[in-house]
Design a protein. Sequence first.
Length: 109
Amino acid sequence: MQRSGAFYDALLAPLGWRRHFDDETVIGWGIAKPVFFVAANHPPQPGFGMVSFSASGIAAVKASWEGACAAGGSTAAEPGTRRAHGSGPYSAFLKDPDGYDVEVTVGAD
């Protein structure tokens, strides 16, 4: 939980998100209320899909990616211009410390 909490704190803070809920088994993040949760009572099972977070601009994508990589994430695709399955025009892709796929993207235009 500590490792995942640090990773998602670093990933989500540049997007304007913060922790709204935090106990020994669950952490919840959001802007106005928690909408994304990490829970210890479910074993990690990477490979199910991808979580995508919208950023307000290119600088936020870069800051989120840099913070997440420094907090234990690994790069799948550095920030750059690309289009895929509804993503915005500028995205970064990485894996969280448990191996889940994460995208940070400028909102689709």
